[in-house]
Write a protein that binds this ligand. Structure first.
Ligand SMILES: O=C(O)CCC(=O)C(=O)O
Ligand SMILES: [Fe+2]
Length: 317
């Protein structure tokens, strides 16, 4: 991937300046990061449904993160979506800049994450993010960029596949909680809030001084993330230690986000994770988020079930 000329859309010079350098206590200590051996890779092409449900359920309970292979989404489509999103980040910065905004209500935007550091103000993360809605059944295409020209067609096809995959995962997770197959999906509700967030991390001369994306929990319900092969960066906390989620060929990373943690009464874990930058190579990650819309979340609250809590599901922690 051509990276040397990468420029942020917001024109911040990409150099190890104080804009990007984190205070020592916030920096990643890469020598202390473990390999991903402990995060399960689950084969979805398993006709023994009880076995599959139990593998998924155990992964959700113990780690909140796992990878899936033989998931049914064509490899060639995954490659095309990564390629076209990469092409988006390779557009001249002024073209991407038309999507720059600090207005968080905007549904399509390019922005840069930052960390607020006492005494230092904002420290920028070493990456640029492009977010927009996706939905397999509703028309979202008018939200998508016209350039690169294939973006809309490829993303529409990809969204359809990921929508079907999300349904399957939600059904397996519901069964793992001892619930009806469609329970989680019903509870998350009609017209879910569905958005993607493409994260582009240029190579960084010293990844120990910066962060691609600071440690966070995802606030949605469920996430299916596609990452480039051969470039690592995603890390998750397991038993108090940072563990690398190395790319597995033709796999998606799946993670439980906050809403399913609450819905499952804490049985399924929303794990803390982050992305570090890479010294030699640019990295692209493409998480697809699935969440209840604001009305569903508000209604649940008004019905007196705590925050978006569904102890009403009868799940015991
Ligand atoms: O870059 C990654 O792999 C992590 C992305 C992520 O956690 C997010 O966008 O919420
Ligand atoms: Fe995340």
């Amino acid at each position: 991937m051509e990276t040397t000329r990468f420029q942020f859309a917001n024109n911040t010079p990409l150099s190890l300046s104080p804009n990007f350098i984190l205070p020592e206590e916030n920096r990643p200590i890469l020598s202390e990061v473990f390999s991903s051996a402990s995060i399960p890779t689950i084969d979805l092409n398993n006709h023994d449904i009880d076995d599959l449900v139990s593998k998924i359920s155990r992964a959700c309970e113990k780690f909140g993160f796992f990878q899936i292979i033989n998931h049914g989404v064509p490899k060639e489509l995954c490659q095309r979506v990564l390629a076209v999103v990469t092409e988006f980040f390779q557009l001249p910065p002024e073209e991407r800049a038309q999507f720059l905004t600090t207005d968080h209500s905007k549904r399509v935007k390019v922005f840069n994450y930052y960390q607020k550091v006492e005494g230092q103000g904002r420290v920028l993360m070493w990456g640029e993010t492009f977010t927009h809605p996706w939905h397999p059944t509703e028309d979202f295409t008018h939200f998508l960029p016209k350039s690169p020209p294939q973006y809309r067609a490829i993303f529409t096809e990809y969204a359809r596949e990921i929508g079907a995959l999300m349904d399957k995962l939600l059904s397996l997770m519901s069964q793992g909680l001892g619930l009806e197959k469609d329970c989680l999906k019903r509870k998350i509700g009609e017209r879910p809030a569905i958005y993607t967030q493409a994260n582009y991390y240029p190579p960084c001369p010293d990844p120990e001084l910066t962060m691609g994306l600071q440690a966070h929990n995802d606030i949605s319900a469920l996430v299916v993330l596609l990452q480039m092969e051969g470039v690592s960066g995603l890390q998750v906390v397991i038993d108090g230690k940072w563990v690398a989620v190395e790319p597995v060929p033709d796999a998606f990373v799946v993670n439980i986000a906050d809403q399913i943690e609450v819905l499952s009464n804490g049985r399924y874990k929303s794990a803390l994770h982050r992305a570090v930058s890479n010294k030699r190579l640019a990295r692209l990650s493409l998480p697809m988020f699935y969440a209840p819309n604001n009305d569903t979340a508000r209604r649940s609250e008004e019905e007196g079930k705590g925050s978006f809590s569904v102890t009403a599901l009868g799940v015991r922690s």
